[in-house]
Design a protein around this ligand. Structure first.
Ligand code: GLN
Length: 309
C-alpha cells in the first residue's frame, strides 16, 4: 500500500461527512411526496470490509427507501433465478440517457441494461414467484441476504411509486407490446415499486455493496448470497451503466463501480476490496447525489480505490 493511502480501518468517516455537509447544490427528487420531503441535510457514509467490520459516520443508521440502488441486486437475483438466462433478456450497454428514458433496444425490444428503469422492471419480473406477491417476497428475502439482516418495505413509498410512476407504466406496456415482458404491465410495475421501497440505512447498503464486491459472499453473515460469476457480471454492469448518463464521468472521477438512486443513496462496490455507501438527498441533473458524488470521489482517492489506479 502506498504511504499516501489511508487504511480503511483508520479512515475518519465523520470528517468526510462534515467536509461535504456545507455543500448546498442539488435538488431533492419530486417524483413522490416521500422523496420531496426528505431531509436535505441527511448525509452519511459507511464502509463494509472483508473481515466483516462495518465502519460508519453519524446518521448511517437513518432509514430511507433504496430506490435505484436496488437495481444491481435485482439483476443478481434475476441471474440466479433464471440460471443466467436473464443475460439474454436484458442488454448490458450504457444508454447515455436518463434513467427513465422511454427507450428499448431497437432491434430486439429488450431493455438496454438492468440499471435503467426499463431493465429493472424486467429483472423484477424474472425473479422466482408465480405472482407479484411471491416475487416481492423473493426480492425481499434476496435483498435481506445481501444485507445480512431482514429488510422491510415502506408500503406508503411502494404505493406512491406504483401510483405516480407513469413512465414506468409506459415502459412496462412498451415491453409487453414488444414481447420482452411476460408479466402484465401493472404487475411488473407493482413489483418494481415495492423493490424501490425497500428500507435500508447507509451501513446496511455498504454491506450489500460489499457482498457484490467480495464475490457474492456477505462479509458480515459469511453467507454465500450469489455465485462469484453473478457478482462479477453485476459489478461489471454497475461500472458501465450504474450512474446512467453520468457513468463515464463517474468512472473517470471516482473509478469505483456504483449505483446511484433518486433517494440520494449511492452503493459502491470496489472489487475485492470493500463495499461502501453514501446518502444525501439533493441530486444533480443525472439524479446522482451531489454530496454523495463528492464524498465518493474523496473516499476513492483517499483509500486508493480507483480501479484504474
Ligand atoms: N423509483 C424510482 C423510479 O422508478 C427509481 C429511479 C431512481 O432511483 N433513479 O423512478
Amino acid at each position: 500500500m502506498s504511504p499516501e493511502r489511508v487504511d480503511p480501518d483508520d479512515y475518519d468517516l465523520d470528517a468526510l461527512r462534515e467536509r461535504f455537509l456545507p455543500e448546498r447544490e442539488g435538488e431533492r427528487s419530486t417524483s413522490i411526496p416521500q422523496l420531496a420531503d426528505a431531509d436535505p441535510d441527511l448525509c452519511a457514509v459507511a464502509l463494509a470490509l472483508p473481515d466483516g467490520t462495518v465502519r460508519a459516520s453519524a446518521a448511517a443508521d437513518v432509514p430511507y427507501s433504496i430506490q435505484s440502488a436496488v437495481k444491481p441486486f435485482l439483476f443478481a437475483l434475476a441471474l440466479v433465478d433464471t440460471d443466467g438466462e436473464a443475460l439474454g433478456r436484458v442488454g448490458i450497454e450504457p444508454t447515455g440517457e436518463a434513467f427513465d428514458a422511454i427507450k428499448l433496444e431497437s432491434d430486439t425490444g429488450r431493455p438496454p441494461n438492468p440499471m435503467v428503469n426499463a431493465g429493472a422492471i424486467l429483472t423484477c419480473a424474472l425473479v422466482d414467484g408465480d405472482d407479484p406477491a411471491a416475487r416481492i417476497r423473493r426480492i425481499r428475502t434476496g435483498l435481506s441476504a445481501f444485507a445480512g439482516r431482514p429488510l422491510d418495505i415502506d408500503d406508503d413509498v411502494a404505493r406512491s411509486e406504483h401510483l405516480l410512476g407513469d413512465r414506468n407504466h409506459a415502459l412496462a406496456h412498451l415491453m409487453r407490446a414488444e414481447g420482452t415482458l411476460s408479466a402484465t404491465a401493472d404487475d411488473a410495475v407493482a413489483v418494481y415499486a415495492s423493490a424501490c421501497a425497500v428500507l435500508v440505512d447507509t451501513a446496511t447498503l455498504a454491506v450489500m455493496g460489499a457482498t457484490l464486491a467480495l464475490g457474492g459472499v456477505n462479509p458480515v453473515s459469511g453467507e454465500r448470497v450469489v455465485p462469484a460469476s453473478v457478482a462479477r457480471d453485476v459489478v461489471a454492469v454497475m461500472a458501465t451503466c450504474g450512474v446512467y448518463d453520468g457513468s463515464g464521468r463517474w468512472m473517470r472521477s471516482v473509478g469505483v463501480p456504483a449505483k446511484s438512486s433518486v433517494s440520494g443513496a449511492i452503493v459502491l462496490s470496489a472489487p475485492g476490496i470493500l463495499g461502501a455507501a453514501v446518502i444525501s438527498p439533493p441530486l444533480d441533473e443525472q439524479g446522482t447525489s451531489v454530496r454523495g458524488r463528492l464524498a465518493s470521489e474523496a473516499l476513492a482517492a483517499d483509500l486508493g480505490l480507483h480501479v484504474f489506479g
